[in-house]
Ligand binder design. Structure first.
Ligand SMILES: [Zn+2]
Length: 134
């Protein structure tokens, strides 16, 4: 299932706290994203409905499904960047344009593009391209 950019920003904040060994608090997420706790709550309920996060009284946790969705979108972003640089865009232009449609490109196309490009391990900025399994 594809993630929107906005959903990605939520998942990345939650994952950051989880990676530090703690559950994310609603108020922290709202503050990090500069939005009201009410909007954050609404979006988190939506993400929970999609199975990307789990909420309980002590905080919010990203699920394996959520992590997979994050990796898929990051991979899509970086594969498209690699392609755009290949056809003559600068890395910064490639990043800007990729952000506009990376979330909409089906996983299968990204996988084929990745192969087509010779399975690069890093994007034009030197960031690692996640290895995903579908
Ligand atoms: Zn980028």
């Amino acid at each position: 299932m594809n993630l929107s950019r906005r959903e990605l920003s939520y998942l990345l904040v939650i994952k950051k706290y989880n990676d530090q060994g703690q559950l994310a608090k609603l108020s922290w997420v709202a503050k990090q994203l500069n939005i009201s706790p009410a909007s954050a709550y609404e979006e988190l309920s939506h993400l929970e409905g999609k199975g990307f996060v789990k909420k309980n009284r002590s905080g919010i946790e990203i699920t394996d499904e959520g992590k997979k969705a994050v990796d898929n979108l990051i991979k899509a972003h970086r594969v498209i960047e690699s392609l755009l640089v290949e056809i003559g865009f600068s890395p910064d232009e490639a990043c800007k344009y990729s952000t506009q449609f990376d979330f909409a490109v089906p996983e299968e196309i990204i996988d084929r593009l990745h192969k087509y490009l010779g399975e690069p391990k890093r994007c034009p900025h030197g960031e690692e391209i996640p290895i995903t399994t579908s």
